[in-house]
Design a protein around this ligand. Structure first.
Ligand code: ADP
Length: 605
């Protein structure tokens, strides 16, 4: 008995490994695609949220620049929260709530119009928001004056064919920009318009100058910058440190504007309400990783369970089949066919094969025993006579008679061995036929002549009926052997006074040879077995009543080797007729001649 299948070759283990690999790949691919999609979505959200945060900041800076406190900022914060969908909160630097949602916990930026964050909104001069105009705001009259003057300048420049663009500044001033040359600008009064200082501005600038003084002193810039016409400084001396001068202007301006703008406030914004994903990658939190790993494990477990279940169902009948196949021949249990799938078909095929094997094995055993039996009788006869001769105990037989008896038995042995050889050749497909054109009438005439003597001795009339004039493509020796066997049997099993008739006729493309006798016939139940090897109606194997039981088996194989069929009809006590059907010469689909042939189907009824 062979060893069980090693685990690494087991079908079940391979199925499990394959399904685990497939499930792992599927989980990994799904996780990767989901993470990528989610990351992209979150990044998009994040970019959108960043834009919204910037706009919240800009709006709050604008509010602070125009209001001296945050007292009225509540509605503005509410409106911003509703518009952007963000949670917004504003507190003083020391944490006192100024307005907005208390849920906003993420510190975003400090809102201070005097120190705007250039990273969030575009840079302003010295980081002071342009909209923080404070005392520089023109009065209504001054603004009217400004508009009238601006229109005058624009009309003049337009009249000279130049384009002018007017921009309203936060404090009420108007900035004009034009492509006109300096002369045209001067003649139209653009310079005067730009440098004109209104009264309210004048007061503020004087104040600014004073507020700048300590800083200018400190930096040794006193008297080196003009008293400003706007809040920007204009160096009147080259080579002064422009940055420090600008710093002093900004310092003074901040002190001046403090009273007019809202104090610095801390802005809190919950950056991305939909989720938080850092730009550049989607990172799962600890619990999320655990959840994902759990789901993956569950999928894998279910996959393994299903595969193990299906695999076990597949493997179980295969194992049973293997176990059954390992039983010695003749002891194999028939496997029940439980399904109509491939395994069911395999089981049925194996059952069939096992039955065939058992039949073949039984036939082999039977044949060996038959052969032993057939050889035993002549051999024991030879031995008995030789022993008797040796002991001088064989008075009834003369030396000549003994020799004749021994010769008869030796010929019988040779006959059996030759028959067995013929059958073996037929089985192996190595039966050699030297085929040629054989005239049927001549064939029959020879057979009848050859057996005339034995028929006469048995008191049986042997006759040749009909002539057909046809020819067959056959080995004359082998086909004569067929007729000899049939005629010998007919004479042997026909009592004295009976008749054996050999005939031939053509039927369609066939030649039909018949050997009919009026002998004892063959019983209906025995008829299907007459062509079996070693089969005889007389099971006692009495030599006087017949031969070895191989004659008809050889006849059947020889006829089949010629591409023909043989059949028998018989009635007990009335005689038998053996009918051999062979193709007429020239009608065979293969060229006549010498060849080896395989035995073909036989009609035994
Ligand atoms: P055997 O050498 O015994 O004749 P065969 O194979 O030629 O072997 O015949 C098998 C058996 O068939 C014979 O033993 C005989 O019983 C039966 N048989 C064959 N031919 C005839 C026949 N013409 N009439 C009656 N029985 C026959």
């Amino acid at each position: 008995m062979s060893a069980p299948v090693p685990l690494r070759h087991s079908l079940l283990v391979r199925l499990l490994a394959a399904s685990i690999a497939i499930a792992t790949c599927a989980i990994a691919a799904t996780a990767w695609l989901t993470a990528r999609g989610t990351t992209r979505a979150l990044q998009r959200d994040q970019v959108a949220a960043a834009g919204q945060q910037t706009s919240v900041y800009a709006d709050l800076v604008a509010y602070a620049a125009g209001h001296p406190s945050w007292d009225q900022a509540g509605p503005v914060l509410a409106e911003l929260g509703a518009r952007t969908g963000l949670e917004i909160r504003l507190t003083t630097p020391d944490g006192r709530l100024l307005g907005g949602s208390p849920r906003a916990v993420k510190a975003y930026v400090v809102v201070d119009p005097l120190h705007v964050d250039p990273g969030v909104v575009p840079a302003h001069h010295e980081y002071i928001d342009d909209r923080a105009v404070g005392p520089y705001r023109l009065t209504a009259d001054e603004q009217r004056q400004e508009r009238a003057d601006s229109e005058k300048v624009q009309t003049c420049l337009n009249g000279k064919g130049h384009t002018v663009r007017a921009t309203a500044l936060p404090g009420g001033r108007i900035a004009l920009s034009t492509d006109a040359p300096a002369a045209a600008r001067d003649s139209c009064g653009l310079r005067d318009f730009a440098t004109h200082v209104y009264r309210s501005e004048q007061a503020a600038l004087v104040e600014l100058g004073e507020l700048m003084l300590p800083c200018l002193d400190q930096n040794d810039l006193q008297g080196k910058v003009t008293s400003a016409v706007t809040w920007r400084y204009f160096p009147n001396e080259s080579g002064i440190d422009a940055e420090r001068a600008a710093g002093c202007t900004a310092t003074g301006r901040r002190i001046q504007l403090e009273r007019y703008v809202a104090p610095p406030a801390q802005l809190f914004i919950n950056a991305a309400p939909a989720g938080t994903a850092p730009v550049g990658g989607f990172r799962l939190s600890g619990p999320n990783i655990a959840r994902t790993a759990g789901a993956a494990l569950l999928v894998l477990t279910v996959t393994v369970l299903i595969t193990a279940l299906v695999g076990a169902r597949l493997v179980r009948p295969l194992r049973a089949l293997t176990a059954a196949a390992r039983h010695p021949a003749g002891h194999q249990p028939g496997m029940p066919v439980r399904s109509r799938d491939e395994i069911g078909a395999l089981t049925a095929a194996l059952n069939e094969m096992s039955e065939r094997r058992e039949r073949a094995e039984a036939q082999r055993r039977e044949m060996v025993s038959d052969i032993a039996h057939e050889l035993r009788t002549p051999l024991s006869n030879i031995r008995t006579w030789l022993e008797a001769a040796e002991d001088g105990l064989a008075p009834p037989v003369t030396d000549a008679e003994l020799t004749s008896l021994l010769l008869t038995e030796a010929m019988q042995l040779q006959h059996i061995v030759a028959d067995l050889q013929d059958l073996a050749d037929a089985d192996a497909g190595t039966l050699r036929l030297d085929r040629r054109r054989v005239h049927v009438d001549e064939l029959i005439r020879q057979a009848v002549t050859a057996h005339h003597g034995s028929a006469e001795a048995a008191g049986v009339t042997l006759r040749h009926r009909d002539t057909c004039g046809a020819a067959i493509d056959a080995d004359p020796v082998r086909i004569a052997q067929v007729l000899t066997n049939l005629v010998t049997n007919a004479i042997r099993y026909t009592p004295a006074g009976g008749m054996v008739t050999v005939g031939a006729r053509t039927e369609n493309a066939d030649v039909v040879l018949t050997v009919a006798d009026t002998g004892r016939g063959i019983g209906e139940h025995d008829l299907p077995y007459v062509f079996d090897r070693f089969w005889r109606t007389d099971p006692s194997r009495n030599r006087d009543t017949g031969g070895s039981g191989l004659g008809l088996a050889i006849v059947r194989d020889l006829v089949a080797a010629h591409g023909g069929t043989i059949a028998v009809t018989s009635r007990t006590g009335r005689g038998s007729t053996f009918t051999v059907r062979l193709p007429t010469y020239g009608t065979d689909d293969h060229e006549p001649g010498s060849r080896k042939v395989k035995t073909s189907a036989i009609d035994g009824s």
